[in-house]
Design a protein around this ligand. Structure first.
Ligand SMILES: *[C@@H]1O[C@H](CO)[C@@H](O)[C@H](O)[C@H]1NC(C)=O
Ligand SMILES: *[C@@H]1O[C@H](CO)[C@@H](O)[C@H](O)[C@H]1NC(C)=O
Ligand SMILES: *[C@@H]1O[C@H](CO)[C@@H](O)[C@H](O)[C@H]1NC(C)=O
Ligand SMILES: *[C@@H]1O[C@H](CO)[C@@H](O)[C@H](O)[C@H]1NC(C)=O
Length: 354
């Protein structure tokens, strides 16, 4: 495995995954995707069952139901069948269906829906905080023998990553190994941030400009004029809140406090309204607008830097950066780099689950 990892380094992708399959439980994990050299399938490693057993599973970018082979006994003391009248069942499987699909052979086989304990090992180099605690997840359990045919050697199942929104990945001719996307504009709390449009396109000759995803940097970093417009939108938001408050007096006003590097715009967090308050009102929202979709990064825009201080979690990248906007790990909820179809998949975190 180690050798296939290094010889296919171009294909090692990082995925930030929300497993939202069991009721109201979310896990944020970064996986190293390994590519099987003979089938070219991507695989992740999970630990599953009681006692936990390490299993390779193939990532299926289209499928919805994760499943494992349960043929020849599924030796786990804590697994439980999932009733198909439960919300879990319709969530993973579609109402009434009790089948698993092999995405390579297209064989459909009978299965049961069960839940059991799962842990995953996150990529140790990642700077993103992860929750690797044991969770009970629902998945299909294929009970016939040939369900694994066509999958990478050693694979014991399939993890579906369906239900995403996609935007095309762009090629930067000067930087082909990086992941560029076509951000058309940015909105902060419903307001379009004024941005010089030239900054948003990639110069075909120099490779300068545009927007890329870099999961190895912690915070989204933007060119100075974008940064200024961006933070200004926040100070206006705080003012609007204060003005509204002058009439209602329901909440303390949002006050600015001394900034904490690398940020420049920070608020006293005791007055920043809690997320739950926005569930019934208009939530604060930062959105990257793509040509045909919107990527909301609500709730990941403010960073609690220390007790009592929340900062706008974006960083000034200077006035002449190579790339105008570099979207970093903090602002990413769920991402899928689908190289074969040259597109980036993303999904908003589910606010009710947070
Ligand atoms: C978010 O989670 C809640 C509670 O688990 C669920 O009822 C709701 O359908 C979810 N929303 C989406 C869009 O998945
Ligand atoms: C099943 O798990 C038990 C421990 O729970 C272990 O003693 C036994 O050897 C396992 N059987 C197989 C076939 O792995
Ligand atoms: C934030 O506001 C509270 C309440 O007004 C105050 O006690 C606290 O000192 C403030 N914190 C900072 C960092 O200014
Ligand atoms: C982004 O959030 C806004 C406001 O919360 C919502 O109206 C919009 O539908 C969201 N976009 C997507 C793609 O879900």
């Amino acid at each position: 495995m180690a050798s296939s990892f290094s010889s296919h380094i171009d294909f090692v992708l990082l995925l930030l995954v929300y497993f939202s399959l069991s009721n109201a439980q979310l896990m944020r994990i970064i996986f190293d995707l390994e590519r099987d050299p003979s089938t070219l399938q991507y695989m992740i490693i999970i630990n599953q069952g009681t006692p936990l057993v390490q299993k390779n599973i193939v990532v299926d970018l289209g499928g919805h139901l994760p499943w494992l082979s349960c043929h020849k006994g599924y030796n786990s003391s804590l697994h439980r069948p999932v009733s198909c009248t439960s919300p879990q069942c319709s969530q993973v499987n579609g109402p009434g269906s009790r089948c698993v699909l092999n995405p390579v052979t297209r064989f459909i086989r009978k299965g049961e829906l069960i839940s059991d304990l799962v842990t995953v090992t996150s990529n140790p180099d990642s700077q993103v905080t992860v929750d690797a605690s044991t969770r009970r997840l629902a998945f299909g359990c294929a009970t016939t023998g040939n369900i694994l045919s066509g999958l990478a050697k050693g694979a014991k199942g399939v993890a579906g990553l369906g239900l995403l929104t996609y935007t095309p990945l762009l090629i930067n001719p000067k930087s082909k190994e990086e992941y560029f996307v076509d951000v058309k504009s940015i909105e902060v709390h419903g307001e379009t941030v004024p941005i010089n449009k030239n900054l948003l396109s990639i110069n075909k000759i120099t490779g300068v400009g545009g927007t890329k995803i870099d999961i190895l940097i912690p915070y989204t970093t933007v060119e100075t004029s974008i940064y200024k417009a961006f933070t200004k939108a926040y100070t206006r938001w705080a003012e609007r809140f204060k003005n509204a408050n002058a009439e209602v007096h329901d909440f303390p006003s949002i006050t600015m406090v001394s900034p904490v590097a690398p940020f420049t715009t920070c608020f006293n967090s005791s007055a920043v309204p809690p997320v739950t308050m926005f569930l019934n009102n208009k939530p604060p929202r930062v959105a990257f607008i793509f040509p045909k979709s919107v990527w909301n990064i609500s709730l990941f825009d403010l960073v609690r830097v220390n007790d009592g201080v929340d900062c706008v979690g974006f960083v000034d990248g200077g006035s002449k950066p190579k790339t105008s906007i570099v979207i970093g790990a903090r602002q990413i909820g769920f991402l899928e780099f689908d190289i074969s179809r040259s597109r980036l998949g993303f999904q908003e975190p589910n606010l009710s689950d947070e």
